[in-house]
Design a binder for this molecule. Sequence first.
Ligand code: UFG
Length: 334
Amino acid sequence: MKVLVVGGAGYIGSHMVKRLARSGHEVVVLDNLTTGRRSLAQYGKLIVGDLGDPALLERLFREYEFDGVMHFAASSLVGESVSDPSKYYQNNVACTITLLDAMVRNGIKHFIFSSTAATFGEPVYTPIDEAHPQEPINPYGASKLMLERILKDYAFAYGLNSVSLRYFNACGADPDGELGECHDPETHLIPLVLQAASGRRKSITVFGRDYATEDGTCVRDYIHIEDLCSAHALALEALVSGKKSGAIAYNLGNGSGYSVQAVIDAARQVVIKTGHTFIVEEGQRRPGDPAILVADAGRARTELGWYPQYEDLQTIIEHAWHWEQKQASDVLCN
Ligand code: UFG
């Protein structure tokens, strides 16, 4: 297949590009490199440009006649979305409509969309399945939910088939050690803990120990990047084969929650093997953090035949640690 991966130089997109290329597909990456890194897009043909540029999209779609489009390019910092909602509605909604309209004009019918657990807002029950109410509590989650809604209308009106994949906590790195997470600023727990262990930051701060959870710290569903990517590949196959059509959404997580303290404990076990350790500090709650976010991904399993391979937290952290150590020595994120 010929696949356009928008945002293929970013953390999740780059792992997807590698998987697609390794499976024999022709991959074109469209990325404006504002947060993506050229070095991460190595498995695809990189076109540097904006997804909101209709003339560029028109040229690309005419030249390549893609079988499908995967869209990973989005602004994704919850806090920033509250202080600068315009950026989120522009990048995540307006620009994506430009992409969808170019697909419709060029008769491309298969679209895989990166959605998020943030579309659910404060959970009313857990684990969270697809029937859970979607009431986002920040513009980031709202922007992704708007797209899910737009995709339903585009399926009905234009026959654009899509799968929206709602990620819980994406983490880990390429088991080969070639790719990994390069956010700047980094806000995610696992890379921050590992940066503290490698000496790239002073310490890790626990954001609150007074939550209604077993050890008082927040519980999240950590899903390995490779498992996320396998779900995307299955979703695209399901659309292209005609097994699935319309606008579908699946929750993607392992279904088991780990507390912040459990992540810190697991990370300590991993880094101690290489003679490293890190300092833990105590902090206040981070605004907008629900106590528990765990996915019920049963629907993706039964309908797509998706089975995560790297559910073990220790393995996830080992892969991320391998990557962090390379970065700390080589500065790969360029
Ligand atoms: N945490 C700390 N210290 C830190 C960083 C994080 O204690 O320095 C805690 C957070 O408070 C949270 C947990 O670690 O309880 C995980 O935090 P992350 O920032 O790694 O991930 P989030 O759960 O906040 O965010 C993820 C995605 C978002 C998505 C959200 C869905 O990264 O894009 O899930 O709610 F919106």
